[in-house]
Design a protein around this ligand. Structure first.
Ligand code: PLP
Length: 399
């Protein structure tokens, strides 16, 4: 195993915070390393393993499609793509029935930003302090973290970051801004920054301002969407709908695919050739995507996310009451955060020794994005392992 790790390092540079484990196989919430050691996967591939690793429906759909057609450009028609779009439109709002296919999260955001600029004719964008939208130039421009941005300036001009507490003044900011604001981009729940929930009236107020002033509201549901938070869309917790919704991560059961779903008049404002992607609407991804949606609906994964997520969160809150190094537990469904008083690096490494994969947010937050197929037994096992990791950390800190 060490050999494969060192060898891969020599090819891919040093761009990722990496864990010393080489994963060879996965099923549901479990992954196995090259030596056959088992891990409970609460990292869930950053949320990509939404419907579980190697979900049976997804595997079968990929096998079947691979035998028929693997590539098919958008300049010709394809029934597998149409079938996916019909299924997809059944799970999104009736207002967001036009879709642009992409291949990743950042591309969905790039598309949304371009389309909104075209539709509104305005170049100014409001984004949120703490927001994360990807790392290509456009989406990096609306990503808050200085660490990601500073070496790549200048980015898009006319982006202004606001805090949640400025919600009362958004209307004034929009009216007075010289940068001619046409777009507001928001994660309904901030993922990368540490599972940050918006204040109760925030999204509703933003929606009202956008509606009143004719601005395009973009929801980045790349991490929070598709049942992750116990509802199909995180915006539904506050009863708020965007004008464009960005998706990627788990939408095709692990196969790369993204979508920007929007009000038809926004997409209709673009002319032929003004945006495109060679891989867009790939039939293999569409077949896998249809299977992933079937899994969400027919296997009841959204309600499982709500039910199991609550058991998980309650268990974490119990741990918080027992162990003083835990400062906060938050999140909804299977999008949970555990904020510690210290750096979580040793806990993550200890997790690998103890058979559980966890994710971090910033330095001191554990982020849990397990597959939505997790059952109660696996939640209890995860909680048990996390308790051991917390105990070990307390021993390291306090002896
Ligand atoms: C992961 C993520 C992105 C970026 O997606 P990539 O596929 O890595 O480009 C954007 N926004 C949010 C909220 C994300 O979680």
């Amino acid at each position: 195993m060490m050999q494969s790790i060192e060898s891969e390092e020599s090819y891919v540079g040093n761009l990722y915070q990496r864990f010393p484990v080489s994963i060879a196989k996965g099923k549901g919430c479990i992954v196995w390393d090259t030596k056959g050691r088992e891990y409970l996967d609460c990292m869930g591939g950053y949320g990509v393993a939404l419907v579980g690793h190697c979900n049976d429906r997804v595997v079968q759909a990929i096998i079947d499609q691979a035998q028929n057609l693997i590539t098919c450009h958008m300049s010709v028609y394809n029934e597998v793509r149409l079938q996916f779009l019909k299924k997809f439109n059944n799970i999104v709002s009736k207002n967001l029935q036009s879709s642009f296919f992409t291949n990743s999260g950042t591309e969905s955001v790039e598309a949304a930003l371009k389309f909104s600029r075209k539709f509104t004719g305005k170049r100014g964008i409001l984004a949120l302090n703490g927001g994360y939208h990807g790392k290509t130039f456009g989406s990096l421009s609306v990503t808050y973290n200085e660490k990601y941005r500073k070496s790549f300036l200048p980015l898009l001009q006319d982006v202004r970051f606001i805090s949640y507490s400025e919600v009362e003044t958004i209307s004034e900011i929009v009216s007075h801004s010289e940068s001619n604001i046409g777009t507001i981009i928001v994660e309904p729940i901030q993922g990368e920054t540490g599972i940050i929930m918006p204040p109760p009236n925030f999204l509703k107020s933003v929606r009202e301002v956008c509606t009143a002033k004719g601005l395009v509201l973009i929801f980045d549901e790349i991490q929070s969407g598709l049942g992750r938070t116990g509802k199909m869309w995180a915006g539904q917790h506050w009863d708020v709908e965007p004008d464009i919704m960005c998706l990627a991560k788990g939408i095709a059961g692990g196969v790369p695919m993204g979508i920007a779903a929007m009000r038809p008049e926004i997409l209709d404002s673009l002319k032929v050739g003004e945006h495109s992607s060679t891989f867009a609407g790939n039939p293999l991804a569409c077949a896998a995507g249809s299977a992933a949606i079937d899994a969400l609906i027919e296997d009841g994964l959204v309600s499982n996310s709500e039910k199991i997520g609550k058991i998980f969160k309650d268990g974490l809150i119990e741990l918080k009451e027992k162990y003083k190094i835990i400062r906060d537990v938050r999140g909804l469904g299977m999008m949970l955060g555990v904020e510690l008083r210290f750096d979580v690096k040793d806990i993550l490494l200890d997790g690998i020794k103890n058979g559980i994969l966890l994710l971090y947010s910033g330095r001191n937050i554990l982020r849990l994005l397990p597959p939505l197929v997790m059952n109660e037994e696996e939640v209890n096992k995860s909680l048990h392992l996390i308790e051991i990791l917390i105990q070990n950390e307390e021993k390291r800190r306090f002896g």
